[in-house]
Design a protein around this ligand. Structure first.
Ligand code: GLU
Length: 448
């Protein structure tokens, strides 16, 4: 039954794939082995623009970011030496509202990566129909090498450098890779000190005690679950019987692994940056979460029944659901042919290159795209922003209920359009997001 439904779904889509491949050929020429995320986002716009017959002016406009800020962040280290880090904040689009998007601290962060991530935020907010635009920030640093004091000074100085670029009605940052509620608290405090009053609405993902929202930390995981559950209902696939592989054991990977484990799915493999653990009957996720929370890596976890595997091998395991929840560029033309799952649920932003996406489509693998799959985080960020403005806070039942309503509605719209236009879920999601942006562009016009 499941096989038949998947076949029907895939048959509809395959009709349109050959045309898609032509477009991809030209997009592909621009891409090298290691895909630059900004090139990847540009190619994605080209593919969708072609499919939608999007006006050239709009396409041209959406391919650019509105503004990028590059800052130097001098930090006095604990040993008395001065280090200078580079930071970025990019506004891709404020067509539909203030910029929104996280800040990541990671060793390879660069301007093009931040631009791509800002573009994907614009699409994500538009797909959920939130009155927000897209932005992103990052600092090129390995935060694990910093003391707590150094991390705080870095965060505060970065905030001071981007002070006029952010604000509740300009651009509202949030956590992303290697940033958390404490980092948001320092940003909120630094911003508030400069403005002479407490302004909780400048960031989301804050601690609850200073205007954060319940349910924000688990929101991306919950969103992933709601969207996966919705697809499984369509495919008649019982999640409880499914075999799941999760790449990434941060906030996103950790929460979705925990949710699926608690409902009885078998999480057969899970990885962090040091590699992954595998057991065909499923891993004990509760134990592994406790291990992670003691700041330990999976490579040091001792269990003779678990096999230690590389991150690359983990991606090609035989399973029902593969959840890349780490970084961009994980499923590429090099490994896409070896992916064996039924569903790819994109927890990370941009884990699949456009070329790999086509290969997965060809091989009958359904991909739930990042801008839909991981949108739970920004959705509850939006709730936090509303709660801060109103100084009235919701309980967890209301948060999860409203999150589910928005995510499931977006999923249903995407699913329906993918059926109607015989395109993948990704193309359908991009089409919905971009058509809303195109409408806003048309209504607002170009100044002056
Ligand atoms: N960093 C998250 C994302 O990529 C959340 C952004 C936000 O809440 O603004 O979606």
């Amino acid at each position: 039954m499941l096989k038949k439904r998947r076949e029907e779904f895939l048959y509809d889509r395959n009709i349109s794939i050959s045309k898609n491949l032509d477009i991809l050929e030209s997009a592909k020429r621009k891409l090298s082995d290691s895909v630059d995320p900004y090139d990847m986002a540009q190619s994605q716009i080209d593919i969708v623009a072609e499919k939608m017959g999007l006006n050239n002016n709009i396409t041209k406009y959406l391919k650019k970011v509105e503004r990028s800020l590059i800052v130097s962040i001098p930090i006095m280290m604990d040993d008395g030496t001065l280090e200078i880090f580079e930071g970025y904040r990019v506004h891709h689009s404020t067509l539909r509202g203030p910029g929104k998007g996280g800040i990541r601290f990671a060793p390879n962060v660069n301007l093009n990566e931040v631009k791509a991530l800002a573009i994907w935020m614009t699409w994500k907010c538009s797909l959920l129909n939130l009155p927000l635009g897209g932005a992103k920030g990052g600092v090129c640093v390995d935060p694990k090498k910093l003391s707590k004091g150094e991390l705080e000074r870095l965060t505060r100085r970065y905030t001071a450098e981007i002070l006029n670029f952010i604000g509740p009605d300009i651009d509202i940052p949030a956590p992303d890779m290697n940033t958390n509620a404490q980092v948001m608290a320092w940003i909120m405090d630094t911003y508030s000190m400069h403005k002479g009053k407490a302004i909780p609405g400048v960031v989301t993902g804050k601690p609850i005690e200073i205007g954060g929202s319940v349910g924000r930390e688990s929101a991306t995981g919950m969103g992933l679950f709601y969207v996966l559950e919705s697809l499984c209902i369509k495919l008649n696939l019982d999640l409880k019987d499914s075999k799941v592989v999760v790449q990434g054991f941060g906030n996103v990977g950790g929460h979705i692994a925990e949710i699926l484990y608690n409902m009885g799915a078998k999480v057969i493999a899970l990885s962090d940056i040091t590699g992954g653990l595998y057991h065909e009957d499923g891993l004990n996720i509760s134990t592994l979460l406790k291990w992670r929370d003691k700041n330990c890596y999976l490579k040091d976890f001792k269990n003779d029944d678990y096999k230690f595997i590389s991150n690359e091998d983990l991606l090609t395991l035989d399973c029902d659901i593969l959840i890349p929840a780490a970084i961009e560029n994980q499923i590429t033309h090099i490994n896409a042919h070896d992916i064996k799952c039924k569903i790819v649920l994109e927890g990370a932003n941009g884990p699949t290159t456009p070329e790999a996406d086509e290969i997965l489509n060809h091989n009958g693998i359904i991909v739930i795209p990042d801008i839909l799959a991981n949108a739970g985080g920004v959705c509850v960020s939006y709730f936090e922003y509303i709660q801060d403005i109103h100084s009235y806070f919701w309980d967890i039942n209301r948060i999860n209920k409203e999150l589910k309503t928005i995510i499931v509605k977006a999923f249903e719209e995407v699913y329906k359009l993918s059926k109607k236009n015989k395109v993948s879920l990704r193309i359908a999601a991009y089409m919905i997001a971009i058509s809303r942006l195109a409408k806003a562009f048309e209504l607002r016009g170009i100044f002056p």
